[in-house]
Design a protein around this ligand. Structure first.
Ligand code: GDP
Length: 459
């Protein structure tokens, strides 16, 4: 597909800053900027300069100078989009930037849609789809893990994995087709063992990639953490303690429902997305009543539940109900208020919950180390290796992998049931297509190329 329109946008953040950048990309990018750029060197025209050079001058609208700028010229294919690109470094006022952008548009460019520069990089074959998605993830990264994994993905780690599996699959599709076309020269004897070998390897590889998703998501977005406990157990105090840690970085994100608030906390590489169960606290006026139903809903969604027990009081029905609730969840039981006389029956707690408890004091910060260690053990035990592991962190990729997994399992079944070989092709093709969605590759062309390049019959 040939893209002809030249697009432009303010590529730096909205708001005033030291400098602001306007990016112009497309066949006419250089020509358009040439019309409004006046170099300090007489007669210098951008269309005559070398690629990857910087030029000082002014942006002018007729006789009027809008700004003094630096202009960077990058000629295709050596730019982010793969097209001729000009970046105009303006002074970073929103009004200036808007005026310069308007002028660029008046001179022939079109305002870019969100993500359109990256989309062009993809359409021009500079990066594949998973890399394009990695660019977005990179920009939105909230912690080191997210940053590292999206950088790896941008460098092509996910694409490489997918391409390896696809190349195995396409080989077999092509082989079967060739053998069926030309049975005299290509034999399918002993072929079932060969394809079984390939299926075994790749089914387990895909399964492995799918399995990285939960960890990947958790590390990227933070562990969805729900703090439960009856009123006055110390939930808010725990939250404040977590938020108030000096090492904590806090960002507030509006929760998905009106009465929950999500707070992201990163401490020592652990990333918690705490869902503050404000709704549950509202029921405090009803004597020792908790909104168990509400809690159930919220808890169901969580990766981790921190159950805060008030150690200074006897356990009651509320506590038992919460214990019931967390039976099948990843949960940590904190017996809070250890600075006071402990009357809650710790043995009973251990017995009902089936796990160890942490003696804690939100007031004194006692037990924080243990809490942190416990979370680390639950979610990160030896699993955080940034360098040698590919993580799937994108739900779209996971879905595509699941599709491919199903299809390869069907091929395996067909092989085991002794179905004819042309049966395999359909499911192999489905797997190939699904994996192709991840990197955004067109299927038909690939198949044609593969058959002709590897299995040329010499005819
Ligand atoms: P919530 O209703 O579960 O959110 O409980 P809060 O965090 O509001 O705490 C209820 C009361 O218990 C407050 O007066 C807190 O100061 C007190 N509190 C919380 N944690 C501790 C603790 O570890 N020790 C003591 N002594 N008091 C605590």
């Amino acid at each position: 597909m040939k893209i002809t329109e030249t697009i432009a946008a303010i590529s730096s953040a909205a708001g005033n800053s030291g400098i602001g950048i306007i990016r112009v990309s497309g066949d006419e990018a250089i020509e358009i900027v040439d019309k409004i750029f006046k170099s300090n060197k007489k007669d210098k025209k951008l269309r005559n300069v070398d690629s990857h050079t910087v030029h000082y001058g002014s942006i002018v609208d007729g006789d009027k100078t809008l700004d003094q700028v630096l202009v960077i010229v990058m000629k295709n294919p050596h730019s982010y989009t793969g097209e001729d690109t000009v970046e105009i470094d303006c002074h970073g006022g929103m009004l200036i930037l808007k005026k310069v952008l308007d002028l660029v548009i008046k001179n022939g460019a079109r305002a870019a849609e969100p993500g359109e520069f990256t989309k062009r990089a993809f359409l021009n074959g500079r990066i594949d789809l998973s890399q394009a998605e990695a660019v977005m993830d990179l920009i939105n990264s909230k912690n080191d893990f997210a940053l590292n994994s999206s950088m790896e993905q941008l460098k092509g780690s996910v694409s490489e994995e997918i391409k390896k599996i696809r190349s195995d699959i396409i080989y077999h599709i092509a082989f079967i087709e060739s053998a069926l076309d030309d049975p005299e020269h290509i034999s399918l004897d002993g072929y079932n063992e060969e394809i079984s070998e390939m299926l075994k390897k790749n089914i387990s590889r895909i399964k492995y990639l799918i399995d990285t998703f939960d960890n990947g998501r958790i590390m990227k977005e933070g562990i969805k953490t729900v703090i439960l406990g009856k009123p006055n157990a110390g939930k808010s105090s725990l939250l404040n303690l977590l938020l108030g840690e000096e090492r904590a970085i806090v960002t507030d994100i509006e929760g998905t429902t009106r009465d929950t608030l999500e707070e992201n906390i990163n401490f020592n590489g652990l990333s918690l997305k705490i869902i503050d169960t404000a709704g549950i606290r509202n029921t405090e006026d009803k004597v020792e009543q908790i909104g168990v139903n509400k809690a159930k809903d919220i808890a169901r969604d969580g990766d981790l539940i921190i159950f805060v027990v008030d150690g200074s009081r006897e356990m009651d029905e509320n506590d038992r109900e919460i214990l019931e609730l967390i039976q099948d969840k990843q949960a940590i039981v904190l017996v809070n208020k250890s600075d006071m006389n402990t009357v809650a029956d710790i043995e009973e707690l251990k017995k009902i919950s089936g796990r160890d408890v942490i003696i804690f004091s939100a007031k004194k910060g006692e037990g924080m180390d243990l809490l942190e260690q416990e979370i680390r053990d639950m979610f990160y035990s030896g699993k955080v290796t940034y360098n040698d592991q590919v993580y799937i962190t994108n739900a779209r990729h996971k879905e595509a992998l699941e599709g491919a997994y199903e299809s390869l399992m069907k091929v395996r079944d067909s092989v085991m049931m002794g179905m004819p070989e042309d049966f395999y092709s359909i499911d192999l093709m489905d797997a190939y297509t699904d994996l192709g969605f991840i990197i955004g590759e067109s299927v038909e062309d690939d198949l044609v190329n593969e058959i002709f390049s590897k299995f040329c019959m010499g005819k």
